[in-house]
Write a protein that binds this ligand. Structure first.
Ligand code: FUC
Length: 772
């Protein structure tokens, strides 16, 4: 169903590139990864450094020298402290976070940090001046490369991290024979034991973290054309002299297992040896082909043309040049940034490993910011905003596996900390089932986090129509999260409220802050819908009764703003980065310009007061908010500010420092500018900015399992193609749209401001704008 963009310039291939090696891991490194593992490429001439990561290498947890109790004291319960806070709030209306933390917060031990796995160092001999240097990442292939000329030879390096073969592949070549002299070594951080061994061209390093005994292993294989692989006498490095080309393979694993309460599985040696020897037996072309087939199948589903052409500017220069009046270069950066988010998600979240953490899978420190963990008062959720919208459902299994694994410890937390059944967690979690509270007054209390995570399960069903997923995966965990709130809500007069309630990460502890009420309401509504779909009428009725009393958390205050708290306390000058009271606008769906125009207007007032600044992720959220408010120019303005202020030279999003949620949030926001489907209808080009008058997007996904291609010019729809993944009535925003089935027959009907038609599974439909 090719839509032709007639007359538009050839689409610039999305590529990041640099004309020098990276000086800084954070600012200039090129990230590659296969979900479980990652590498950041520096691209040095004499010494190449690859910062390696494996997602399960964490200190802390069971066996930690610090001690560890999942954040929940094994003895006694904390419910008395909760009751005291609730009583104070009933009497005084509010208390400071410090006073609340004094009672309910806890100094924790053994939480751990995501670890730097190792550095792969490749020393390369050579003499003479270097010219023609280029280091790049081709997003269409998921392959990075470095090339330069030195001493009359062109040297080329190729890098990719294969998901199917589970290995990092680095290939060094030259345009002359016998030109490569190289030695490779693994540099292992100090905070662990390390034993090296070598068999032929295979170097193995194995050891355990001193903190918690977690066993790790890395295997590095080297093979060369035209030379023999040797090693130093300590077996710490592998070498070749005068090789024509060299291929390095690396893979890593630990004995981590995602299973409460021990989180340990088998020694990684056997499985890892099989992985590396299987890859070692394959020629480079076979490894590359398998990688391309796997990667391109995902990445290639969505294309975006907003009129970009590839300017001859390295990525840092493209970024510096942004917003200076060169429209096609600006579009190139925006389109690149959109696709880079998709690339990062594919590279940091694939089935069989943990979800993308605050840095995806990339980390060069043993004490990274925020432990490079999973914050769940927005950050982990934001990481997955683009997954379904941009047709990458295959990146979501790690999220569901991970959240599923939190239920068991989360039951203990629910019981001990709130005296409730069901399960929950609070601000943050690690890979060892941490579901308790920390001591930090500014953020420690967030029992709504589990409910927020449940949105992803239900949305998965809405996007894919997968009934088995709804029945087997989504409903049981949603039900238990809802059960928690049925117990934890407090009756105040006729109303059900959350108490204590704390709007992230400012203000006082109060009762029934907007975000708490909105999230619990959403959980109950979604769970009720799921219950009705699956025939659990009893639980649906229970939720219905609760919903009738639950305060929705949607109040309009004195200056026209959407209230953040139950009382009208909003400070008109606050620019706080968390805008949690607009949850119902995004990522929720109860506030829409069409169905709740007054609330949408109040959300606008709030957003205008908060301004367009903030951390990377906060700006990314605002792109989504403005897109949902159908203001494309404002969404685009925030995108511009995010690119100008919160984006590093390698296009990683910056909090500061680097934090990946901003990348994912912005990619989702751009998709929301082009297509929305949360409002029970499919909205084509809901928030198109005037900077993108003409363009084409293909392969986006809408709820109801619809794949959507849209072509537009002069700021308006030219044509769209819809592929219905399931049968059902489809509703398009706007009357007068003309819908044709694959036989060319018109099948549209028009009512209540929508164009409606009956879609058949597997059928394609052509949508044309209303006749002028
Ligand atoms: C939340 C945010 C911070 C930071 C942290 C990882 O606590 O408020 O800005 O993003 O998560």
């Amino acid at each position: 169903m090719a839509l032709s963009c007639g007359g538009q310039s050839a689409l610039a291939a999305p590529t990041l590139w640099f004309n020098s090696p990276a000086n800084s891991w954070e600012q200039e490194g090129i990230p590659i990864g296969n979900g479980a593992m990652g590498a950041v490429i520096f691209g040095g001439i004499e010494q190449e450094v690859l910062q390696l990561n494996e997602k399960t290498l964490w200190e802390g947890g069971p066996g930690s020298k610090q001690g560890y109790d999942f954040g929940v004291p094994p003895e006694g319960d904390q419910v008395a402290a909760l009751k005291q806070v609730q009583a104070t709030l009933a009497q005084q209306g509010s208390m400071t976070p410090e006073a609340a933390a004094e009672l309910m917060g806890r100094d924790i031990k053994g939480y751990g940090n995501y670890q730097n796995f190792a550095q792969l160092l490749i020393d390369i001999d050579g003499a003479g001046a270097v010219s023609d240097y280029r280091r790049e990442l081709d997003l269409t292939r998921g392959i990075a490369s470095v090339s330069y000329r030195r001493g009359g030879v062109r040297y080329t390096r190729e890098y990719f991290y294969s998901y199917p073969d589970r290995v990092l592949v680095v290939h060094l070549s030259a345009d002359k024979t016998a030109a490569i002299n190289a030695s490779v070594a693994l540099h292992i951080p100090e905070n662990r034991s390390a034993t090296f061994s070598r068999k032929a061209g295979l170097l193995t390093v194995t050891g355990a973290l001193k903190d918690n005994g977690l066993i790790y292993e890395g295997q590095l294989a080297m093979r060369a054309k035209g030379a023999k692989v040797t090693s130093d006498k300590n077996n710490h490095s592998l070498k070749v002299a005068q090789a024509d080309s060299v291929t390095l393979l690396f893979s890593a694993a630990t004995n981590y297992r995602q299973q409460y309460p021990h989180y340990r599985g088998d020694h990684p040696h056997r499985a890892l040896s099989q992985t590396v020897s299987a890859a070692h037996a394959k020629p480079l072309t076979q490894l590359r082909d398998a990688h391309l087939q796997d990667y391109q199948q995902l990445f290639g589903r969505v294309s975006l043309d907003i009129g970009q052409t590839q300017p001859n500017l390295a990525t840092p220069q493209l970024l510096a040049h942004y917003g200076q009046g060169d429209a096609t270069a600006d579009r190139a950066l925006e389109a690149l940034y959109f696709q880079f988010g998709r690339y990062l998600l594919i590279s940091s979240s694939r089935a069989g490993s943990l979800p993308a953490n605050l840095q995806g899978v990339w980390n060069h420190s043993n004490t990274p910011p925020w432990n490079a963990d999973y914050h769940v008062n927005i950050n982990l959720q934001m990481n997955y905003w683009p997954a379904l919208l941009t047709n990458l459902a295959e990146t979501t299994p790690p999220l569901y596996e991970f959240v599923d694994s939190l239920v068991e410890p989360g039951r203990v937390s629910a019981k001990k900390l709130l005296g409730a059944s069901g399960w929950t967690l609070f601000l943050n979690t690690n890979i060892y089932g941490f579901t308790g509270v920390i001591a930090w007054p500014t953020a420690f209390w967030q029992p709504e986090s589990a409910a927020w995570l449940m949105q992803h399960y239900y949305e998965h069903y809405l996007f894919t129509g997968d009934q088995a997923f709804l029945a087997q995966r989504a409903y049981p965990i949603m039900q238990e999260a809802a059960q928690f709130w049925l117990d934890a809500l407090v009756q105040q007069g006729d109303a059900l409220v959350v108490s204590p309630s704390y709007s992230p990460e400012h203000g006082a502890f109060t009762v029934a802050a907007a975000m708490s009420q909105q999230i619990v309401t959403e959980l109950f509504s979604n769970t009720r819908e799921a219950a009705l779909t699956l025939g659990d009428t009893d639980f649906a009725a229970t939720l219905q009764t609760a919903l009738a009393k639950l305060e929705p958390g949607l109040k309009i205050g004195a200056w026209g703003q959407l209230q953040e708290w139950r009382e009208d306390l909003d400070d008109q000058t606050s620019q706080h980065r968390h805008v949690s009271h607009l949850y119902g606008l995004h990522p929720g769906r109860v506030i829409t310009p069409r169905q709740t125009p007054q609330l949408a207007n109040a959300a606008k007032v709030t957003l205008n007061a908060r301004g367009d600044g903030g951390t990377g992720w906060s700006q990314a959220w605002k792109i989504n908010f403005w897109a949902r408010l159908l203001d494309g120019n404002r969404a685009h303005k925030v995108l511009r500010e995010q690119l100008n202020r919160s984006t590093l030279a390698n296009l990683w999003s910056s909090h500061p420092p680097f934090q990946i949620d901003g990348n994912f949030g912005a990619t989702a926001g751009i998709a929301e500018m082009l297509l929305q489907s949360h409002d029970l209808q499919l909205h084509l080009l809901p928030a198109l900015p005037s900077a993108w008058p003409k363009g084409k997007v293909t392969g986006l996904k809408a709820r109801g399992n619809v794949t959507v291609d849209i072509l537009w010019s002069d700021g308006a729809l030219t044509e769209a193609q819809l592929l219905a993944g399931q049968a059902g009535q489809l509703k398009l925003a706007g009357v007068g749209l003309r819908v044709h089935n694959s036989k060319g027959q018109r099948i549209d009907q028009h009512r209540d401001g929508s164009t409606v038609f009956a879609a058949r599974a597997g059928q394609r439909y052509r949508v044309l704008p209303a006749q002028p």
